[in-house]
Design a protein around this ligand. Structure first.
Ligand SMILES: Cc1ncc(C[n+]2csc(CCOP(=O)(O)OP(=O)(O)O)c2C)c(N)n1
Ligand SMILES: [Mg+2]
Length: 630
């Protein structure tokens, strides 16, 4: 083939041909980057990307029921693949396109690669306004797809077919960059998708994007080693970067050799096995007593692959040692420099291994190690205590106990998927993580509705594992319809649906801010207003039947009343080969407590309510503990 040979394709055909030939490689292991394309067709893509997908069946097309859901599926797929593989999402224009906005933010906030191809209004303009077009009196260069700009790591609108020749490689550079990745949006005008162009054949050659393990600067590494040697009580915070970098074994070795204990963020949970004696488990607002007590005292935090969200830092109150300082290992300079840290800008695995060499002969003192081990053991007893509580005073099952049932009786090699509600906090504390891929929590955006769609993405990424989706009734009601896709494509999910008739999480938060759970119960209004928790059981439940709902979508459904029923249902689930929904009601009020931590949710400064006034006073006392790390 001559170097200047060309091939005549529509822009959409060229996009799919290009995407088919993109690969990533890390540590010599190569994989196709895109496993296919999810989508819903409308006039904005059916004749363009839709036609191209039909023409190239080797680039698999998947249906979804909801555009937001398919982006969750793509995010979960890419997260489970440690960002080395992903999925593409195509939509029509207008509402179909911006239904992806929430999913795009999930991707970008969590730093997960997904490629979004929303259809766009005619570049040619003569027939405007087209169906679903947002008109603007001050510019014709505006469409609803501009909403994707702030939530995309790369955004482009392709107004001529030849523009993809430079746009697609940029899109892939960003998607495969561990430091820059997130949602990438290429808005594809409906007319341009169908226009033909003589594309250079070289555009469609196989491309391998090397995901390099960049190293930190040598002098920074030596300085970090000196800081660690000088520290009185160092603590590691393991974030999602540990998992994406596949650094768990290197972290274990680092911990075994240095004796420095580890707290885990929501994204980093599973970095160490729960029973490693120096694994202190969850850290921060949803953390364990073990991690949080040491976090209060530590004078040196080694943050690995963490963004330091307010849940991790307990709204900047968790680290109370006046001399505390930070060493941050991170691929992204932005995160590495947080909290005035000594920045080790580099890959977690490579940097940890080099730091360990620089620390030759060092070990954390025995007193620190013993204290960490004792706190670890005490925490495990606390988990045992909570796992043993099967029912609340109401007679309904207790969520903490139900989590124990799934952890004890579910498949230990399975993946647990969750995102929002009261479950994430309980799971962060209580879930005993046995392998690095087991705890799949979307807590960067904590987006209700991620659970089932995300579970599908995980199952597609790792079909050999059982996938347990833990979902509250609120999240389920918001977005559950891709349960159908899991059945259509034969990807079995075991969905445990925890029904507490509303928002247990926000109900409890509402009571804590003095508002009696207002607006968080699924009940009929009474005297013109929605009853609060003060109404107790004097309420009328809504006639919603989630069991029938799940069954109507094709799921195998088991309804449970008790802890024992759930254990039995989990056993049955293993023998069923299609998506199964295990439905269980549970108590709204009995919660897993907090441990040595706080979260800043500001309370009304003036109010007529005594409970709000009291909550404000308590808030003011805690607020003063918030620190700057300068
Ligand atoms: C899309 C979205 N909307 C609103 C919220 C705020 N929010 C967080 S948890 C929650 C309630 C979740 O209810 P449910 O799924 O039943 O879980 P529960 O709190 O009862 O455990 C709400 C409304 C959110 N996280 N995501
Ligand atoms: Mg609920």
């Amino acid at each position: 083939m001559s170097t200047n040979s060309t091939i005549r394709l529509t822009m959409a055909q060229a996009v799919i041909q290009f995407l088919k030939n993109q690969y990533t490689a890390r540590d010599g292991i190569e994989q196709r980057f895109f496993a296919g394309c999810f989508g819903i067709f409308g006039h904005g893509n059916v004749a363009g990307i839709g036609q191209a997908l039909h023409q190239y069946p080797d680039f698999r097309y998947y249906q979804t029921r909801n555009e937001q859901a398919m982006v969750h599926t793509a995010v979960a797929y890419a997260k489970h693949k440690n960002r080395l593989q992903s999925l593409v999402c195509t939509t029509s224009i207008g509402p179909g396109a911006i239904n992806m906005v929430t999913g795009a933010a999930v991707a970008t906030v969590n730093r997960i690669p997904v490629l979004l191809l929303p259809g766009d209004i005619f570049a040619r303009r003569n027939v405007a306004p087209v169906l679903q077009q947002l008109e603007s009196e001050h510019s014709q260069d505006i469409s609803v797809n501009d909403c994707f700009r702030p939530i995309s790591r790369y955004w482009d609108r392709i107004n001529r077919p030849d523009q993809i020749i430079t746009a697609l490689p940029e899109a892939l550079r960003v998607l495969t960059s561990p430091a820059e990745t997130g949602a990438v949006t290429l808005a594809l005008p409906q007319d341009v998708q169908t226009e033909a162009y003589d594309y250079p054949t070289a555009l469609f050659a196989k491309r391998i994007w090397q995901v390099r393990r960049n190293r930190a600067d040598q002098s920074a590494l030596q300085e970090a080693a000196a800081w660690i040697r000088a520290a009185k009580q160092p603590l590691i915070i393991a974030g999602g970067g540990v998992l994406y970098s596949e650094a768990s074994l290197s972290l274990r070795e680092f911990v075994e050799q240095t004796g420095i204990p580890v707290g885990e963020t929501m994204a980093g949970k599973g970095s160490l096995r729960y029973d490693n004696p120096l694994c202190l488990g969850a850290i921060g607002a949803t953390g364990t007593s073990a991690a949080n007590l040491i976090a209060k005292e530590t004078d040196l935090i080694i943050g690995i692959g963490t963004r330091y969200s307010d849940f991790t830092t307990a709204s900047k109150t968790q680290f109370q040692n006046p001399n505390v300082r930070f060493i941050n290992i991170n691929v992204a300079e932005f995160d590495a420099y947080k909290h005035s840290a000594l920045a080790l800008v580099g890959d977690a695995k490579a940097t940890l291994e080099e730091l360990l060499v620089a620390l030759y002969g060092y070990t954390n003192n025995t007193e620190n190690q013993n204290r960490a081990r004792q706190l670890h053991d005490a925490w495990e007893s606390e988990v045992d205590r909570l796992y043993a509580i099967k029912t609340a005073d109401s007679g309904l099952p207790f969520q903490g106990g139900l989590i124990g049932a799934i952890n004890d009786h579910g498949d230990p090699e399975a993946v647990m998927v969750c995102a929002a509600g009261s479950l994430p906090g309980d799971l962060h504390k209580l879930w005993r993580t046995r392998h690095p891929r087991q705890y799949h929590m979307e807590y960067g955006f904590s987006c209700m509705g991620y659970e089932i769609a995300g579970g599908l993405g995980v199952k597609m990424a790792d079909p050999a594992r059982e996938v347990y989706v833990l979902v509250g009734d609120g999240s389920y009601l918001m977005l559950h319809t891709d349960l159908i896709t899991s059945i259509q494509e034969g990807y079995k999910l075991t969905i445990v649906l925890m029904d507490n008739r509303g928002y247990k999480s926000i109900g409890s938060l509402s009571r804590a801010v003095g508002d009696q759970g207002f607006g968080t119960r699924y009940v009929y209004p009474k005297n013109g207003s929605l009853p609060t928790d003060e109404a107790g059981s004097d309420v009328e439940d809504l006639p919603v039947d989630l069991v029938m709902n799940a069954r109507s979508l094709g799921a195998h459904v088991i309804e449970c009343q008790s802890y024992e029923d759930l254990v039995q249902a989990l056993k049955t689930a293993k023998t069923i080969d299609r998506t199964i929904v295990i439905y269980i009601r549970n108590d709204r009020y009995l919660g897993v407590p907090g441990y040595e931590s706080w979260w800043d949710v500001p309370i009304a400064e003036v109010s007529e309510s005594d409970t709000v006034k009291a909550a404000r006073e308590e808030w003011e006392e805690n607020r003063v503990k918030e620190r700057y790390f300068l």
